[in-house]
Structures are given as C-alpha cells and as structure tokens.
Design a protein around this ligand. Sequence first.
Ligand SMILES: Cc1cc2nc3c(=O)[nH]c(=O)nc-3n(C[C@H](O)[C@H](O)[C@H](O)COP(=O)(O)O)c2cc1C
Length: 206
Amino acid sequence: MGLAFKPYKDSPDYNVIDVILDRHSVSPKRLDFPGPDEIQIHTMISAAAAAPDHGKLRPWRFIQFPTEHRKALADIFEAALLERLPAADQDSLNRAREKASRAPVLLGLILNLNADATIPHIDDQIASGGAALQNLLLATHAMGFGARALSGQAVRTNVFRKALGLSDSETFLCFIAIGTPTAAPKRNQRPAPETILSQWNGKPNT
Ligand SMILES: Cc1cc2nc3c(=O)[nH]c(=O)nc-3n(C[C@H](O)[C@H](O)[C@H](O)COP(=O)(O)O)c2cc1C
C-alpha cells in the first residue's frame, strides 16, 4: 500500500510507534535474570496507570509475587490443580508448581468491575484493564525486557481466589512474567491494517 508513516523521525526521543510495532511476547521459559529493578517496575506500573479509565473508576490493580514467596505460590498452584483435577498425577502437579518459579519478576493484574458505576458500559472497565496491561507490556519492551501475559486455569479456582483474598467483584485477569529474554523472539504475524479497517458507507441499515 506504500503507507509507511514514520513519525518523530528526527526526534531525540525513543520512537513510541517503533516500540508498539516491535513489541512481542516472550515465553516465561525464556525469561531470565536480571529482571527489572524496583525503580523500573515503578515506571512500568506508572505506564499502566496512564491507561484510559472512563469515570476514573480504576477498575484494576496489580500485585507482585516476590521471588521469596514463589514456593508459597507453587503450593497454591498445586492445590488449584487438585481442585480442578483431584486425580492429577505427580508430573502434572510438578508442572503446575514450576509455573510459580518462572521469570524473575511476576506480576498479577486484577480487575475489579463495578456493575453499579454510573458509566454505562461495563466493557469500558474491561477495556481499561486491557489498556493498562498493554501500557505495561509496552513500557517493559521499551526498557529492553521481555514479558508475557498468562492467565491459565488456576486463576479461576476457588483455592487461588481465596488464597489471594480476591473479593467477589474481583477477577484475576492474568500474570505478567517479566525478565531478560534468553533467545530470539518468536514473532506473531500481525493482521494487515486493510483487513481490520473498513469504511462505513454512510447508509444506515434499516
Ligand atoms: C489477558 C491475557 C491472558 C493471556 N493468557 C495466556 C495464557 O494463559 N497462555 C498463553 O499461551 N497465552 C496467553 N495470552 C496470550 C499471550 O500473552 C500473547 O499475547 C500471545 O501469545 C500473542 O503474542 P504477542 O503478544 O507476541 O502477539 C494471554 C493474553 C492476554 C491479553
């Protein structure tokens, strides 16, 4: 199509469009130390907090799982698997536990949807959570780290919800594993803009 818009070419600032177009997920198996330090995590969370938020409801929050508490998280993953599959074998339980130790930094994103808010659509709140997640992923990528959002089955179990003290209105949307990529990324092909953009013809359906 010959549409290669490159803004801020002469800007001394990092080109945000390049960061967005270059971002890709990195499997937690390929995320090693060093992870982001406290100040870098603070910047990432600040980026998340810049997400659009209809009505300033802040319908989401983050939680960090420090490395010293990963064994306790592994115990929860094991119990969550047993809740779903009481006859799970030892290999499956070990695999469930291993998920807790991957990636130097592990965050969780919790949605708290307010059905009684004056904002008319609850979808606005879900979209705000998605924007917070994407802002965080972009900031992570811009700072040279790799990351991946992961939900998995455990997060919807009663065991997991109770262990994290989630309220009835809260949903654990996903973990975000962050670290230094150890291998070249596997890049997903993106949809061509013309396949996801159409022009309305101005004639309402009747
Ligand atoms: C909220 C959320 C939860 C996700 N959970 C998982 C998951 O449990 N397992 C998985 O393989 N991918 C999961 N993904 C998808 C990956 O994080 C990633 O986006 C996908 O592999 C596409 O890679 P890309 O980000 O490079 O396009 C999830 C994505 C989102 C937004």
